[in-house]
Design a protein around this ligand. Structure first.
Ligand SMILES: Cc1cc2nc3c(=O)[nH]c(=O)nc-3n(C[C@H](O)[C@H](O)[C@H](O)COP(=O)(O)OP(=O)(O)OC[C@H]3O[C@@H](n4cnc5c(N)ncnc54)[C@H](O)[C@@H]3O)c2cc1C
Length: 435
């Protein structure tokens, strides 16, 4: 029996008191979009899990998130799609502007696309979980393999307490401790500046249901309505010099706050860029009147290069990863979060087919249970790998195109995006299937 035979040692080599030991079935590290969606997917299939989140409250970094048809399908599988659609305008047209080339296209959006406030998404996922499903303020510092007879893991928190998980799912973002346990290398950093924010229009926003992309030299500006009164905007810029890094305090996606100083610098910087490209006045106005509390400046973004996803080890016994912990990618195709939702559905489906009663069933009565769980995780990894390689490649190439100076590089990037069907948003129309 796990509870009686496994008493871990603390860092000084002493045995911990048995009453400090905590044994769980499915443990999910990280209560972001990926972790909450995975817990909800498992819950919908009758499998209990425990989410461990290092923050004291729900986090909603990144301001807003565009969700394409693939993400909405996954949210429908989680039975929260209808509720969330109430909070996000359906985008009906995409307007693309290339100021340098004096080129503009306006096309109807053929597949579902809506933008949600992050806090609405994480709150809705969390609200649909049973009470006690999330343990806040639980920061996992290290993962170790469990005793050889089992396939689980031992988790150590920053305050030194330990717990054991029969199944461990790392949804702990780009700098995942679970990914480290699996042997995945640290993700790479993207030389990119991101400025994100929300603008409120109490009397109604003037952009209707149109998504605007402005693709300038070395930067991309996006403006997407969330509701009739709130608009989300972002600016992504490729940065070659260290000048920007010096101007802003280093921030990455795992940081919680943007300082007021950085926010105001970021706003000025964005306005200057928009002025340089002579963008229409109402666009600059969106940035100018943005809600200062909502502004986020990111000077570091992470990505796992697609070639590392091809062979990366995503399973060790009954331990795996999902969301950014598995496939963090740049924001260029707006798919990282939706891919995390897909992961949740596929993983829960695979586990529930293998162990319909959940993993809390007494282990001793079924010696094959561990192997069944391991095989289910293996099928999840097998199903997700080609999908996340394609998404990651798409994002990687889109980012490369943004910073491309030579014609050859631009042509190669455009050709790869053509093969991936990026123009027709082929990847955004993927169906990960039902739970
Ligand atoms: C600028 C930008 C724009 C984006 N836009 C889009 C978009 O429009 N559409 C889209 O689909 N995707 C988008 N993405 C990608 C999307 O934000 C991510 O893919 C998504 O948030 C990943 O969710 P996650 O839960 O896997 O990771 P995270 O959101 O990073 O969550 C990880 C969670 O784990 C917790 N945690 C971390 N370490 C530990 C630990 N050791 N112990 C306990 N808890 C821990 C963290 O506190 C956090 O709550 C964008 C990304 C960026 C950077």
């Amino acid at each position: 029996m796990w509870r009686s035979s496994f008493i871990p040692k603390d860092r000084s080599g002493r045995r911990k008191r048995p009453d400090m030991e905590d044994v769980h079935g499915v443990v999910i590290v990280g209560g972001g979009i990926g972790g909450l969606a995975t817990a909800l997917a498992l819950h919908r299939k009758g499998i209990h899990s425990l989410v461990l989140e290092k923050s004291e409250t729900l986090r909603a970094d990144g301001v807003a998130i565009s969700i394409h048809a693939n993400g909405w399908r996954a949210l429908d599988s989680l039975a929260v799609g209808t509720e969330l659609r109430e909070l996000a305008t359906l985008i009906t047209a995409e307007h693309r502007v290339w100021p340098q080339q004096n080129k503009t296209t306006l096309a109807p959006t053929r597949k579902e696309l809506r933008c949600l406030r992050r806090k609405d998404l994480v709150q809705t996922l969390a609200n649909n979980l049973p009470a006690g499903a999330i343990r806040f303020g639980c920061h996992i510092a290290a993962i170790d393999a469990a005793d050889p007879s089992s396939h689980g893991a031992v988790l150590t928190t920053v305050d030194g307490s330990t717990m054991k998980a029969k199944v461990l799912i790392g949804c702990d973002g780009a700098n995942s401790v679970v990914a480290k346990f699996l042997g995945l290398s640290r993700p790479s950093q993207l030389p990119c500046l991101g400025i994100l924010g929300l603008t409120s229009y109490p009397k109604g926003q003037p952009f209707g249901s149109e998504y605007l992309h402005l693709l300038g030299k070395g930067y991309a500006f996006g403006q997407i309505p969330i509701t009739g009164n709130i608009v989300h905007f972002y600016i992504n810029m490729s940065i070659q010099s260290t000048e920007l890094k010096k101007s802003f305090k280093t921030r990455d996606c795992d940081d919680t706050d943007t300082t007021k100083d950085d926010a105001s610098k970021g706003k000025d910087y964005a306005l200057q860029k928009l002025q340089e490209c002579q963008c229409p006045a109402e666009i600059a106005e969106t940035v100018r009147r943005s809600d200062p509390e909502s502004l986020k400046i990111l000077t570091r973004m992470w990505y796992r290069p697609p070639w590392r996803l091809v062979l990366g080890r995503f399973q060790r016994g009954n331990v795996t990863v999902a969301g950014d912990a598995m496939h963090v990618m740049g924001p260029f195709n707006g798919q990282g979060g939706a891919a995390a939702l897909e992961d949740a559905v596929v993983l829960a489906r695979s586990l529930s087919l293998a162990v319909p009663g959940g993993v809390d069933a007494p282990m001793a009565t079924d010696h094959g249970l561990q192997e069944k769980i391991g095989a289910a995780i293996g099928r999840y990894v097998q199903e997700r790998r080609p999908r996340v390689v394609k998404l990651s490649l798409e994002s990687f190439v889109m980012g490369a195109l943004l910073g491309a100076k030579s014609l050859v590089k631009k042509v190669v990037c455009a050709a790869i995006l053509g093969i991936l069907g990026s123009k027709s948003r082929f990847q955004a129309n993927y169906d990960c299937g039902s739970l």
